[in-house]
Ligand binder design. Structure first.
Ligand SMILES: Cc1cc2nc3c(=O)[nH]c(=O)nc-3n(C[C@H](O)[C@H](O)[C@H](O)COP(=O)(O)O)c2cc1C
Length: 338
């Protein structure tokens, strides 16, 4: 984590929020998986949770979800914020009405997906909120930074949902050449050790999605949670055939939905218009997970997951301390002074 950085107020606020939490971790927004119950459980466990606005079947339900989440999070743990995720793609026709609800309920963090964060900036900054942009390439990261996003999340290869293409080592390094603001890493974060590894690469925090599918508070169907628990890295198939965007899908769910090898090579047209919650196959019967799926061994309440991650993170720090002492003895003691 960088300390001497030229940060503006929303960026300093964001890093302070991450430092105040149980871990520098956010539960990522997941279509048809994350809702208010998951977000409130995250706040109780001391981490920031988020849900996609599109998960609410209609705007009245979204209104009720946002009211409930705001009140429950504030009542439980005022220091922990919650985040709303918005589709900002031009074909998404609920955007303007969702933005009105953002103005009304003022989630501390608004994250944007599938387009430029520019569309939400004035509204969110208007009430002192923080805008976070998910990006899948250095070019997208630069555009989001130029558009005024406060926080960037690098969705790297192996991520669940609409996955990234780039290896996190290289991706973080490229973006850190021009971005000193708060930086999150998403993709296959399943263990506390992964969180520490992301920090060593240069990220400030992580977003974990798949890790929270098999939780008591997720909206995933029991069969989906069980499939996550029983699946491993090689059970994932990466294709554009299901939603039109490259994503990782669980092979048994593709097979059950009748996808053939040939269909998996096809590219579906991208379209977020209409009632996407009622989309027949994508997401509802075909289930997504990230490359970290093999590290999930049971369905558990969010509180237990966060406790396990924290214990593993603490253990990683202890191991690192021991390794560092040994490495310093071996290398620094033998190194010529410069
Ligand atoms: C089932 C599922 C649905 C997702 N839906 C969304 C979404 O609606 N909006 C979004 O920005 N990201 C979505 N994502 C991506 C996550 O926010 C996050 O980037 C990803 O889960 C991180 O990778 P991981 O699953 O390996 O932890 C989804 C991911 C999954 C697994």
């Amino acid at each position: 984590m960088c300390n001497d950085r030229d940060l503006d107020t929303p960026q300093r606020d964001f890093l302070a929020l991450m430092e105040a939490g149980t871990l520098p971790l956010m539960a990522a927004p997941m279509f048809l998986v994350s809702g208010p119950e998951l977000v409130v459980a995250c706040a109780k466990a001391g981490i920031t949770g988020s849900f996609p606005a599109a998960n609410a079947r209609n705007l009245d339900i979204l209104d009720a979800w946002m009211a409930h989440t705001r009140d429950a999070v504030q009542a439980g743990n005022a220091a922990t914020p919650w985040a709303l995720n918005m589709i900002v793609h031009k074909s998404y026709d609920r955007f303007d009405r969702e933005l009105e609800l953002v103005r009304k309920y003022q989630p501390r963090i608004v994250s944007t997906a599938l387009g430029s964060p520019r569309r939400v900036l004035d509204t969110v900054h208007g009430y002192g909120g923080i805008v976070m942009a998910d990006v899948a390439s250095p070019t997208m990261a630069r555009k989001a930074a130029d558009a005024g996003a406060d926080v960037l999340v690098l969705v790297s290869s192996g991520a669940g949902g609409h996955t990234g293409h780039y290896h996190p080592f290289a991706f973080v390094a490229e973006v850190r050449k021009f971005w000193s603001g708060p930086l999150g890493l998403a993709g296959a974060v399943t263990r506390g050790t992964d969180i520490r590894a992301a920090q060593l690469l240069g990220a400030d925090f992580v977003l974990a999605g798949t890790r929270f599918i098999a939780t008591a508070e997720s909206q995933a169907m029991p069969a989906y949670r069980d499939m996550v628990v029983s699946s491993h890295l090689e059970d994932l198939v990466q294709t554009k055939a299901v939603s039109g965007v490259l994503a990782n899908w669980l092979k048994p769910s593709l097979e059950a939905a009748g996808f053939t090898e040939e269909q998996l090579r096809e590219e579906k047209k991208i379209d977020f218009s209409g009632d996407i919650v009622d989309a027949p196959k994508a997401w509802k019967t075909v289930w997504s997970a990230g490359h970290g799926v093999g590290g999930i061994h049971r369905v558990a309440p969010v509180g237990d997951v966060v406790r396990e991650l924290r214990a593993d993170y603490d253990n990683a720090l202890r191991m690192e301390q021991i390794q560092l002492q040994a490495l310093c003895r071996r290398y620094l003691a033998a190194a010529p002074s410069h």
